[in-house]
Design a protein around this ligand. Sequence first.
Ligand code: DGL
Length: 276
Amino acid sequence: MKKKSSIINHQLSIRMLRVGVFDSGLGGLTIVKALTEVIKGAEIFYVADTKNAPYGEKTPEQILQYSLDVTRYLVEQHQIDGLIIACNTATSAAVKQIREAYSSLVVIGTEPGIKPAFEQTQTGKVGVLATPATLKGEKYQKLASDLSKKQEVTLFEQACPGLVEQIEKGEIDTEETRTMLENWLRPMRESDVDTIVLGCTHYPLVSEVIEHVMQRRLNLIHTGDAIAQYSLALSQEYGHLNEGDLDLKLYATGEISKESVKHIFGKVLKVETIVL
Ligand code: DGL
């Protein structure tokens, strides 16, 4: 930690902070959006690996390879100081190996917010929506089992295959998406679940539909703001002054819905296509 800090401290005294962020697609932009609200004087390079989306329905080996390929691109082409894995699925499959392969890089992962959900539930019933790979992953399994030993909470875990594709297609509030959510959420609605963890960074984009289907006031837990605050605090520890302009560059390895990007940021942003 000390060593990393002194290297980056020196770099940050001569240039802007460079942050790499990636996800399989649009989802990580929910975290970038939160970052742009708190981080200043930095360059953010975002890669949407849409050519390989959805990650959540691939094998752990495939997800690891995609994550390593994107990280290598960000390190070699953009000389990033820090990396935010804005994807629960990629964090589960690759954060350890990325940290080992790039020991001088500060790496922040994204994990389903089940700890705050356990703290905040009033009914003792918590829903978790995530990709199949995240729910099967060792990281999530361990977190859920450790927390369940300390506190009696009924967990409703639901994998949502196909939901990421719907969101990538811009099908946020369509009949098909609503029906999928209706089927997945019914057991939670009928069992007095009051807190739902959005364990995939794409899912905040359908939070209104989730609230509508649940037909109640709901505590939806997503991690964008917490990651943004943590990234700011950590970068300041490394000498980042948090002053000046913010430069955001977006890249995609395949198709991306420009409309959805516009919807998230409230303005048209250029997305450059890259080959990894
Ligand atoms: N947004 C990603 C996550 O947080 C996964 C999406 C996908 O399945 O590609 O897990």
